[in-house]
Design a protein around this ligand. Structure first.
Ligand code: ADP
Ligand code: MG
Length: 311
């Protein structure tokens, strides 16, 4: 599915698992001032597991997990996979859900038992204007400090009857946050060496993610990353590339997802990594066939070696 691969230093690049779609980008790679990495699945394994959960008063954990698994039953996202696995591990079967919809960079939603139910990150809560109860906020803060990604389960209750309203409970039932899940992802071992090597080459290392500021900061400080862009919506990712370009920098971007495509296209050197999605691959200048972030370093050194010789 890789169109128009232009080969430069074909054998050398190909032997290193690099497909060059734009030879100018291959040449520019040696002059990069900054490289931005997508976090999830690039610097981290991208394989989440649910490590903890919390619910609001009166909500049973198993019920919350069942409901979350139902909403996630149609999603390919690793967060969805983790939630479904957590439900499986407890032998919980998810109720039927319909009307699945992915909300880009925020989460997913579906209809369960006549209610709109959502699972998603902090960006979703902002969109739904949901309030976080104190104890769930503490749960999220603690998880964030441990670099765990938190997603929330939100249910929009049926419009309440006037009789309910008289009881004073009515208003709080709409868009009610009912549970939070903490998921652990793991930093890839190679990522430490990548950041070090790029620093040694004088290249600034940045990270771009839709995940929370807490998680992003924890991963960045662990790896020694210079610049962090967190809680970025898919439609804003390319603006972060531009932000560095506006500082006069030649910017590389490394990503794999559909969400990364505009940023890959915007970057001076767009690098799709791993199997990638077709959209990412088609927006990139260079494709790193293996899912190994160390190939980004090899790309820069190969570019330096090749073009030095030609001058
Ligand atoms: P990244 O930018 O780290 O690659 P994505 O753009 O895929 O992440 O997702 C951004 C955020 O949106 C996630 O961190 C999560 O909070 C939320 N999200 C996306 N898809 C889902 C899903 N299926 N279930 C729950 N949350 C999701
Ligand atoms: Mg991604």
């Amino acid at each position: 599915a890789i169109p128009l691969v232009v080969a430069i230093n074909t054998s050398l690049a190909a032997r290193n698992g690099m497909l060059v779609r734009d030879r100018i980008a291959m040449e520019d790679a040696r002059n990069l001032d900054a490289i931005i990495f997508d976090k999830t699945g690039t610097l981290t394994e991208g394989e989440h597991g649910v490590v903890d959960m919390a619910t609001v008063n009166g909500v049973d954990e198993d019920d919350a997990l069942r409901l979350a698994a139902a909403v996630e039953s149609d999603s390919e996202h690793m967060i969805a996979r983790a939630i479904r696995e957590a439900a499986d591990e407890r032998d919980l079967s998810a109720p039927d859900a319909t009307a699945f919809e992915a909300i880009k960079g925020r989460g997913v939603r579906a209809k369960v038992d006549g209610n709109e139910v959502y699972v998603g990150g902090p960006n979703l809560l902002t969109q739904l204007d949901s309030e976080i109860p104190d104890h769930l906020q503490r749960f999220a803060d603690e998880a964030g400090q441990n670099a765990q990604t938190v997603v929330y389960l939100v249910r929009e209750g049926e419009r309440s009857e006037p009789s309910d309203r008289a009881s004073g409970e009515a208003a709080s039932r709409d868009g009610e946050l009912i549970a939070a899940f903490a998921m652990a992802d793991v930093i890839r071992e190679e990522s430490y060496r990548v950041v070090n090597a790029l620093h040694n080459l004088g290249i600034e290392v940045a990270m771009l993610t839709g995940d929370s500021q807490d998680v992003a900061d924890a991963v960045a400080s662990e790896l020694g990353i210079d610049t962090v862009f967190a809680e970025v919506l898919p439609e804003d990712k390319d603006k972060k590339v531009q932000e560095l370009q506006n500082q006069g920098k030649l910017v590389g971007m490394v990503g794999d997802g559909v969400n990364d495509a505009p940023a890959l296209a915007r970057a001076d050197v767009g690098i799709a990594i791993g199997s990638g999605t077709d959209v990412a691959v088609q927006s990139a200048d260079i494709i790193l066939v293996q899912n190994n972030p160390l190939d980004v370093v090899r790309l820069v050194t190969l570019s330096k070696a090749s073009y030095r010789k030609m001058q």
